[in-house]
Write a protein that binds this ligand. Sequence first.
Ligand SMILES: [Zn+2]
Length: 340
Amino acid sequence: MYTQQLVFVAAALSTPLLSSANCMYGTSLFPRSEGAATVEVSKFGYTGLQGPLNWAALAAENSACATSKVQSPINIDSTVQLAAEVPKVVIADVEAAEFENLGTTVEVIVNGTTTFGGTEFSLKQFHFHTPSEHRVAEEYFPLEVHMVHEAADGSGAIAVIALTFQLSDDGTTTTELLTAVTENLAKIATPGTVTETGPLKFAEVINHVQTTPLFQYAGSLTTPPCAEGLTFLVTQKPLPLSVKTFNEIKSVVKFNSRYTQNSLNQNNLLAVGAAALAGAVAGEAAGNGTAAGNATEVAKPKPSGGAAVATSVKASATSKTAAGTYIPPHNHNLSLGTPN
Ligand SMILES: [Zn+2]
């Protein structure tokens, strides 16, 4: 399981984009600079050409984003098992913790230990996604927090405890940890800035993780380079979130949720989409309007930047125009080789 990850590490060490991987930021693979008053902001984003549909084109080491068959986040359906074991989570309360705005999320630097599956993992940081990245039985949540751990044995294995949050019925009940974190959130409204949180108490969150069911599956980073080999533990039951705290977090984090990936072990959705487009074009070229069901072309992003994907899409569009088979922009049924 970790062979692939080690290959990825070797490739990643030669790139300046390391700190853009905020789901692993702060681990030994993606170290932060000590004592810095600012942090480097991420190179990727969630909109347009910086967004998740084009991550593979931003850097060669991001290819898994468009090819891997075990990508996160997923819709957690009945095929995803509950963890058979309760993780042992130890996080000491702190008076303050470093709090960073990476541009793509805000992140709190804390230490702790989670023992799970016979492995001891060191907590490195936790960060926020609005709205949630995972969905449970199709439902999304307003907020998801990722507690990122790295195996203490140096193997490079990563485990993420994902906490989902739901707006509380009375609008004011909230999880105490979030209140303390967001106390100074306004001070890091600008990407690249750093401050400290208020005092953090972890008992409530630890209790939730250790007493309510957790979904467990093997997935990937939800941010570039989308590396496989992560163990995800996702809370089945959401924690409470006040409207005020949610709005405060959303106003700074904004939108940072990768789209729901294909079911585990199914083809990467970007590869499926590329093949469908290639098939449609091939069908037109054949002039018979039938499906080119054997299309084998998949997205092969080039390290030189976004031009590869953009050019490919443009070429398809041009060819469609030439063939006079315009597909309306809101055709939700863009199936293989049915040009109309
Ligand atoms: Zn994350």
